[in-house]
Ligand binder design. Structure first.
Ligand code: AMP
Ligand code: MG
Length: 418
């Protein structure tokens, strides 16, 4: 219990405590970013019927084999098929039907000649079909036609359970007519800050106090990871105050309780004693920098993670431990952190712990190069704001020279938009 855990071992122990939350059925319109709870199989072929890819004339391709601009083939136009219409007709030899993009191919026809290849090169709506049309060019069997089932076959699996739905996934579900979708509900994460020095942002700052930035940090991270942050506020450095907020978290049916600060081994570790009173607490020292102390346990049966108080340590602790736990809670099946191999453009120093250094990765002469941002002190949030990556120095390594290959966790891919 008191030994120093490797990051990987701590992650494994922690992850073992999390299971996916329950599924709910919701309207397709609200599913972007949600995690699919049941695999989806197509009840139909896509496209569902053979249809034209152009505005033109549906023909029997053998009829137009000899067609050229000099010697056109003249066909009788026996029908006019707009998108959305089914016209009961058969195109016989010597005949054609005018057809619009997306309209079903009539029986008898096996190809479509685009209007540009005819003497009726008209696309404007309102022009009725001609009685006859001269065809200037042959078309291959199947030419300008999307056959039924070209994209998807009925019965085929389209999306697996455990996938976070993107806009194009939502559109595919619409294409097969699925109006309600089983998704995992969003994990509820209760957040509390601890410390007598903390003031909620928006209130006046008294001497010796600081604004509670961790509450905003963690709420934003949870929200971007697809969870629902339950903001419980600030607990004073008093056991009763911490207990009151933790009880509120349990009452709020949180799936995870996340606290920051107040767990350092010292005179003011109220969080630790309160969690132990109403639950269980393992106190880990993890071989990482920043963020060595990590509290993990349960409070009234709800998983509890106590992050360090320094903002950059809290951030690193979230990335290393909380995000993977949230992914598992969310029902995500295969989650991979966006990692990039980059080249150190300056020496990287560590104390031998697995280190997460704030850096900027950018393309220099065709090579992804990494430099550090600012002072790496764990309270210095601005140097994290300037970074677009965490550069990993593995445990046991004290320095990496210029040119060394480094793993970079690309932060803007986790929270896109920068
Ligand atoms: P602690 O773990 O309570 O000793 O806190 C470590 C450091 O993090 C101290 O400098 C605290 O002032 C700072 N800190 C703790 N909580 C927060 C917070 N919610 N927002 C910003 N800084 C904090
Ligand atoms: Mg404190």
């Amino acid at each position: 219990l008191d030994g120093l855990l490797s990051v990987t071992e701590a992650q494994q122990r922690l992850l073992a405590a999390f299971m996916p939350v329950k599924a709910v059925r919701i309207s397709l319109a609200h599913t972007v970013g949600r995690v699919l709870a049941e695999g989806v199989f197509s009840p139909m072929d896509l496209p569902p019927f053979p249809n034209s890819t152009v505005d033109g004339f549906a023909v029997r391709t053998r009829d137009v084999e000899p067609a050229s601009r000099e010697r056109p083939v003249l066909l009788e136009v026996v029908g006019d098929i707009a998108a959305g219409q089914v016209v009961e007709l058969t195109v016989e030899s010597g005949q054609a039907a005018r057809i619009m993009t997306g309209a079903p191919l009539p029986t008898g026809a096996d190809g479509v000649v685009a209007v540009e290849e005819t003497d009726f090169n008209v696309r404007q709506p309102g022009f009725s079909a001609p009685e006859r049309v001269n065809i200037y060019r042959p078309v291959q069997p199947g030419g300008n036609v999307r056959p039924r089932g070209q994209d998807v076959r009925g019965g085929q699996q389209l999306i697996e359970a455990g996938v976070r739905l993107r806009p194009q996934d939502v559109a595919l579900l619409a294409m097969i007519g699925i109006a309600r979708v089983a998704v995992f509900r969003r994990p509820r994460v209760a957040l509390l800050s601890t410390g007598d020095e903390l003031v909620p942002v928006g209130e006046p700052l008294q001497p010796g106090k600081i604004f509670d930035s961790n509450a905003q940090l963690l709420a934003a991270l949870v929200e971007q990871a697809g969870g629902i942050p339950l903001k419980l506020g600030i607990a004073a450095d008093k056991a009763e105050s911490v207990e009151k907020l933790l009880d509120r978290a349990a009452e709020a049916r949180a799936d995870l309780i996340l606290s920051s600060a107040g767990v350092s081994v010292g005179a003011f570790d109220f969080v630790r004693s309160v969690v132990e009173k109403n639950g269980r607490l393992d106190f880990w020292r993890v071989n990482m920098r920043p963020g060595k102390p990590l509290a993990f346990g349960q409070y009234r049966k709800v998983p509890f993670i106590g992050l360090p108080g320094n903002p950059v340590s809290a951030y690193a602790g979230f990335e290393v431990f909380v995000r993977p736990a949230l992914m598992r809670l969310s029902g995500i099946k295969a989650w991979n952190r966006p990692i990039q191999k980059v080249q150190a453009a300056e020496p990287l120093e560590s104390d031998g712990r697995e280190s997460y250094l704030r850096g900027v990765v950018q393309l220099e002469n065709g090579q992804l190069s990494a430099r550090l941002t600012g002072h790496q002190g764990s309270g210095n949030l601005f140097s994290l704001v300037q970074a677009n990556a965490l550069l990993i120095v593995p445990s046991g390594v004290k320095s990496l020279p210029v040119g060394a290959e480094v793993d970079a966790w690309m932060l803007d891919l986790l929270s896109p938009g920068k």
